[in-house]
Design a protein around this ligand. Structure first.
Ligand code: UDX
Length: 436
């Protein structure tokens, strides 16, 4: 099957590479020439376990190609997958600008019947509009259909999530489109759930927002645990035996970040509002998360007279471990507040430093300063206070004794509940975590 993929972000690139792995003939299109060149050389533009190996393998096998020339890729493709971004607009709605650009290019280029598959997360009803838009601009006399095929991969495990997905959702409006998508996915050997297009679009939001709700719920309960003397880790342990609840996404912490949950909760809230409906559960989830992200800073602010001139160790910058992505990471909100309060921050992250430097360049910033270091030990050295924002193994393995020895004042605010409060106390560390 000849497949073109528009956009080589997390969604597009991983999908393209995995289709190539299944021996489809894949061409990935991106506007960024530099990025295309490095991918041709077998280098992955994002850090994702196993991805670079698969790019190299399939480049060599001849099933994977990269180009900036969309015409070459789209002209005679059997299917074109759209995996471009749908970033958040200031009002919380999804920006469909990139989808529109690609749709127009497809319409003006395709010379044979083709299935256009939207993988990007888009508001319910968008695929109808994409289909109409493409038909409006078609240049050649060809048959084109649009299908929805939402993506459920999580960053850090993207390749695994794609090759071993729990299910493939396909949303189509015709038997032909359904058959073609089933044929494309047949080599993956995964369960396929086939529904109508609008339901497929909704499944994606419903899943993401449900998981986000689960996290906000646990954070809410954690905050209450602190007030009533319960321990959220024990509470989660007790909850997860109930199969109706499940054992995953029960970790209370510093709030969710990333490229999906923050955007998709706001987008669904916006969609509901547009249709005259108030989605109260999702609204509450967003509200809890916004407060949760800066909860530890607020707590520390109550304890300190000032942050001015203090050496603050920041351990972890990315929105979760296993990725170099900082989008909507709780670290960003906290660093901003700390710099405004005059803190001298020494930050460590195994993968996120390059991206963090784009947001917070090294040197004097606001009333404080930013320094990046190569190890957690360096960050902790003579620090007055430490904030933990990401659950990297390199950070989790720090012992209570190390905090005590390295820091000027052993004062730790842990947004990921990585350490045992009893052991921290026994080592002489003043320790605050979430819900314990
Ligand atoms: C998520 C969905 O999991 C994925 O299915 C979808 O396609 C895209 O959005 P991702 O954003 O990569 O994936 O990461 P995920 O592992 O879901 O974590 C999202 C955020 O929630 C992170 O900030 C993480 O730290 C936080 N989280 C997750 C918690 O705070 N507690 C948990 O128990 C789980």
């Amino acid at each position: 099957m000849k497949i073109a993929v528009a956009g080589t972000g997390y969604v597009g690139l991983v999908a393209g590479v995995c289709f190539a792995e299944m021996n489809h003939d894949v061409t990935c299109v991106d506007v960024d020439e530099k990025k295309v060149e490095i991918m041709r050389q077998g280098i992955s533009p994002i850090y994702e376990e196993g991805l670079e190996e698969l790019i190299q393998k399939n480049n060599a096998k001849g099933t994977l190609h990269f180009t900036t020339d969309y015409q070459e890729a789209y002209r005679d493709a059997d299917a074109i997958f759209i995996g471009v971004g749908t970033p958040e607009m200031p009002d919380g709605s999804a920006n469909l600008g990139y989808i529109a650009t690609v749709s127009r290019q497809i319409a003006e280029t395709i010379e044979k019947d083709c299935l256009v598959v939207v993988k990007s997360t888009v508001p319910v009803g968008t695929n109808d509009k994409v289909e109409q838009f493409i038909k409006d601009f078609l240049v050649h006399d060809v048959k084109v259909e649009v299908a929805s095929n939402p993506e459920f991969l999580a960053q850090g495990t993207a390749v695994h999530d794609t090759l071993h997905a729990a299910r493939i959702i396909i949303g189509t409006e015709s038997k032909e489109a359904e058959a073609l998508l089933k044929e494309i996915y047949e080599p993956f050997g995964l369960p396929i759930v086939s529904v109508k297009r609008r339901s497929a679009e909704m499944i994606k939001y419903a899943c993401n927002d449900f998981l986000a709700l689960k996290i906000s719920y646990m954070n809410d309960i954690a905050n209450l645990c602190e007030l009533v003397g319960a321990d959220i880790t024990d509470v989660a342990k007790g909850m997860c035996y109930d199969e109706r609840i499940g054992s995953r996404f029960l970790n209370a912490g510093i709030g969710f970040g990333g490229s999906c949950f923050p955007k998709d909760t706001k987008a669904l809230k916006f969609l509901a509002k547009e249709h005259g409906y108030q989605l109260k559960t999702v609204e509450a989830c967003v509200e809890v998360n916004t407060a949760q992200k800066i909860r530890l800073f607020e707590k520390a602010k109550e304890r300190m007279i000032s942050f001015n001139g203090l050496k603050v160790a920041v351990l972890g910058l990315t929105f979760k471990a296993g990725t170099d992505d900082l989008r909507e990471a709780p670290s960003i909100d906290n660093i901003r507040l700390l710099l405004q309060a005059g803190a001298d921050i020494y930050a460590y992250d195994p993968k996120g430093v390059e991206r963090a430097k784009q947001l917070f360049p090294e040197g004097k910033l606001e009333k404080g300063s930013m320094t990046y270091v190569d190890s957690a030990e360096e960050a902790l050295d003579k620090a007055n206070i430490c904030f933990v924002f990401t659950e990297w193994p390199q950070i989790k393995q720090i012992t209570p004794a190390q905090f005590k020895e390295k820091m000027h004042t052993p004062l730790v605010y842990d947004g990921r509940n990585l350490y045992d409060p009893k052991q921290m106390k026994a080592a002489g560390v003043e320790y605050y975590s979430i819900g314990r």
